[in-house]
Design a protein around this ligand. Structure first.
Ligand code: AGP
Length: 598
């Protein structure tokens, strides 16, 4: 997830682009850049001015705003292909420097396109997927010229061929020397236009636009537009027909726009999970990494907090479906243990900077183990220790409490299980999007109303629902400040039962899997001791509905999908309870997003 912004008007574009990128920094902040075109460049003379750097736009010097030109595009980056660096920062240009592109999204077929373009003589400067777009446009512009096409006809030809060729998600803003406007293209990634007085804006979301105008135009997938000094020309691919899109007047302030109209980033990030899961699961895992994992005598996961819980879920499924023994160790304790050389060690870490996890991975590496990292941040410290790096595709997570990053970790780890397990549950998880969309329709009001007055809360489950109970309890603890404990349901009788009272709700995850019968009797035992039971179960489970005080049916789906939808339900209960208690949900007390000290 990156942020892109564009401007066409009479004012100097650069300072407007710079301020716009600062508004979009929550979408990515590891590098930035802009390109502007002045009158000469748009008339085919002059050159595009391109400035790009590693680092945050908010730390950039004033020289960036001094670039001259009344048409401009800008980008703030969350690296997915190519580590954060000056050369991998956007805009990316073609061989001539006449075409500049900023992009938010992922070009799935970039590798084969790059190979073909290099064979045709194009020279690439970066490791990004985006740069293929600039060279493709160069190729199509040249082809158009050979057909005698110029100006808008040339652009029409180039854009059509580009959209024919690219696979994946993209919101693009493009400058072409000699074209008096900027080109905006949308497919699956967000892109909105803003209509000001004699000036036009384009952006990943409306935050940079709102201080200039409230008149917003939402593009639809496969729309493309030319933002020209005399107005917007809007078309739809592949028909190339002119289309109308409604101009809306919005009264949001910049802060709420950053959250996309959600009250907190945590809520926004919870609602991003259907796409995040699919994007993270539907990716190719490096063959070399898979073969090392297959050859390993066992696997050890090292991690902290939510990432540790994702590791535990991986253990249950890897042992069940691939019969490979898996240990999961709290990273800060791992140095106390020995690990055999033929054990593959996986560090799971959203930030890639958690000191305990880095130390654990270095310890394993020093022991001669093949080391892996599952992380969300390109170029983070863990990527420099690991032999193999697997990326989650959650984008930047602003809220301290891990939600979408956790679901993305589950997706990548489940992908490993699926690949080593010869495609086990691949179909179900490829098609999980509508199940998760339906899960988000859940109303947590009743459950959180019970939780908010609780002294203690127990989360219980069996099998893979034990680590999910741990994760549910952690979410509740860290954002509501209510003590919550995740427990293997079979363990309660061995002590914690003594704590059960009418003021100690139990959240039980009890789907129709192998553990169902014994889970039902466990729930009856808890009820018998007066604890109110909030039960999350398979859709249509009348027996569980009968027993529980509050029954939360999961969307009807395969068991493996219920693992993910149940997790989202637990996140929503914790989130809503924290809102009811008036907590600072995104920045809970005493916590940091990344714990970089031992
Ligand atoms: C989870 O909501 C917390 N933010 C915390 O437990 C977190 O999971 C832990 O600090 C690990 O962080 P990492 O994934 O960045 O290594």
């Amino acid at each position: 997830m990156c942020g892109i912004v564009g401007y066409v008007g009479e004012r100097n574009a650069a300072p407007i682009i710079v301020e716009g990128l600062k508004c979009l920094e929550y979408r990515g902040y590891d590098s930035f850049g802009l390109a502007v075109a002045d009158g000469t460049a748009t008339d085919g003379g002059g050159r595009l001015t391109v400035i790009k750097k590693q680092g945050r736009i908010s730390d950039a010097g004033s020289e960036v705003s001094l670039a001259v030109g009344n048409i401009g595009i800008g980008h703030t980056r969350w690296a997915t292909h190519g580590v954060p660096s000056d050369v991998n920062a956007h805009p990316h240009t073609d061989c001539t420097g006449d075409i500049a592109v900023v992009h938010n999204g992922i070009i799935e077929n970039y590798a084969e396109l790059k190979k073909a373009l290099i064979a045709e003589g194009h020279v690439f400067k970066s490791e990004t997927d985006t740069e293929v777009i600039a060279h493709l446009l160069e190729k199509f512009r040249n082809a158009a010229a050979e057909k005698g096409l110029s100006g808008t006809d040339m652009v029409d030809f180039a854009v059509k061929n580009l959209m024919d060729t690219l696979e994946g998600s993209f919101a693009l803003l493009i400058l072409i020397r000699g074209f008096n406007g900027l080109i905006a293209i949308k497919r699956f990634s967000p892109l909105v236009l803003g209509i000001g007085d004699d000036e036009l804006f384009a952006s990943s979301d409306m935050t940079p636009i709102l201080e200039h105008t409230q008149k917003i135009l939402l593009l639809e997938d496969n729309d493309y537009a030319y933002l020209m000094p005399d107005g917007i020309r809007l078309f739809s691919y592949p028909s190339a027909k002119t289309v109308e899109r409604e101009v809306k007047t919005v009264d949001w302030d910049v802060e709420s726009a950053k959250k996309g109209g959600y009250e907190y980033f945590m809520e926004k990030e919870i609602f991003e999970q259907p796409a995040v899961f699919v994007n993270s699961f539907r990716q190719k895992i490096d063959d070399g990494a898979v073969s090392v994992l297959k050859k390993a005598s066992s696997i050890t996961v090292v991690a902290c907090g939510s990432s540790y819980h994702a590791g535990l879920i991986f253990r249950y499924l890897m042992e069940k479906y691939c019969k490979i023994p898996v240990r999961v160790e709290i990273a800060s304790e791992f140095l106390n243990f020995t690990t055999a050389k033929d054990t593959a060690v996986i560090a799971v870490t959203q930030s890639g900077e958690t000191a305990d996890t880095l130390a654990a991975l270095r310890h394993a590496k020093a022991n001669g183990c093949p080391v892996f990292a599952v992380t969300n941040v390109l170029g983070s410290s863990v990527t420099r220790i690991a032999d193999y790096v697997l990326y989650t595709r959650a984008g930047p997570e602003i809220s301290v409490a891990a939600t979408k990053s956790f679901i993305a970790q589950c997706a990548v780890l489940l992908r490993i299980v699926s690949i080593i397990g010869k495609g086990i549950f691949e179909k179900e998880l490829f098609e999980i999007y509508p199940v998760l969309e339906e899960t988000l329709l859940f109303d947590p009001a009743d459950a959180s109303a019970v939780c908010k007055d609780a002294e203690n809360i127990f989360y219980v489950g069996r099998g893979v629902y034990y680590p999910i109970s741990l994760e549910g309890a952690l979410k509740m603890k860290e954002i509501t400040y209510i003590h919550a404990e995740g427990c293997a349901a079979g363990e309660l009788k061995h002590g914690p039962f003594s704590l059960l009272t009418p003021k100690t709700p139990v959240v039980a995850v009890c789907t129709k899997d192998d553990a169902y019968p014994v889970m039902i009797s466990n729930i009856k035992e808890m009820k018998a001791r007066g604890a109110p039971v909030i039960a999350i179960g398979s859709g249509g489970d009348a027996d569980l509905k009968e027993i529980a005080d509050i029954f939360i049916p999961l969307p009807r789906s395969k068991n493996i999908c219920e693992v993910i939808s149940a997790t989202i339900i637990l996140q929503m209960i914790a989130y809503n309870t924290a809102v009811l208690l008036g907590r600072d949900v995104d920045k809970p007390r005493n916590l940091a997003k990344s714990v970089t000290v031992i």
